[in-house]
Design a protein around this ligand. Sequence first.
Ligand SMILES: Nc1ncnc2c1ncn2[C@@H]1O[C@H](COP(=O)(O)OP(=O)(O)O)[C@@H](O)[C@H]1O
Ligand SMILES: CC(=O)N[C@@H](CCC(=O)OP(=O)(O)O)C(=O)O
Length: 258
Amino acid sequence: METIKVIKIGGNVVDNPDALARFVNDFVKLPGKKILVHGGGKEATRMSARLDIPTTMIEGRRVTTRETLDVVTMVYAGLVNKRIVSMLQAAGCNAIGLTGADGNAITATRRKPKPIDYGFVGDIKPEGVNSSLIASLLEAGITPVYCAITHDGNGTLLNCNADTIASSVAIGASRVAPAELIFCFEQPGVMEDLDRPDSLISLITPDIYSDLRARNIVNKGMIPKIDNAFAAIDAGVSSVTIKHSDALTTDRGTVIRK
Ligand SMILES: Nc1ncnc2c1ncn2[C@@H]1O[C@H](COP(=O)(O)OP(=O)(O)O)[C@@H](O)[C@H]1O
Ligand SMILES: CC(=O)N[C@@H](CCC(=O)OP(=O)(O)O)C(=O)O
């Protein structure tokens, strides 16, 4: 069966109108079945500040109080998701925006409050991604666009990390057909030195990753991204690449392999 491409764009791309427009243009030109997952953390932090709601991030995860849940739902499921879907429609791609609640697309469990109380943050259930919804939408020629909001099945919305959504959706898609996962962001890939654009690391295996972490070459948001990449490979996703959002249609980027 034809490969499904699952592509994730992060907060810096979502937040840059020119970069987002260039990405959308390349995304619609990609042949075959595809799925988009987006973040938007930067915009949520900015909106919280405008509303005088403090932002607390612990280990790259947003502490999501009830007030913060309202903000991230408005920003991710509303503003950002609908903006991207309308850009895709304008470029001739029939897309549909989804939270985990829509079509029961993704179910999650609220994270236990210990050792850290993250509030309304969810962990996606095993088998929590609705693969038959993916199959139906793709079969109908519709491109799903997932944001980072999921639900627990009992009426509560939950905030998840968008890289984890991308990895889980790719795993869910791999039950329908072979799936490829591509993380797009504002760097050429995983870099040896962020100040040297020529220092792209073209391949990361578990051994190389251990060495990069020991040397603190990989840190901050890159750690959950690579952890999610390995989780996807372990669960049967056929390839994972981390690349610049302008390089979607090229071979340039970091390949993650086991
Ligand atoms: N070795 C590295 N190469 C590239 N980026 C890195 C590296 N180490 C840490 N990073 C950081 O990881 C960030 C990407 O993760 P994150 O902030 O979660 O982005 P996104 O919103 O796109 O998911 C980059 O913006 C960069 O600051
Ligand atoms: C629980 C949690 O931290 N959720 C993330 C979801 C958005 C996200 O991951 O966006 P980026 O890809 O732009 O970082 C957050 O609210 O920041």
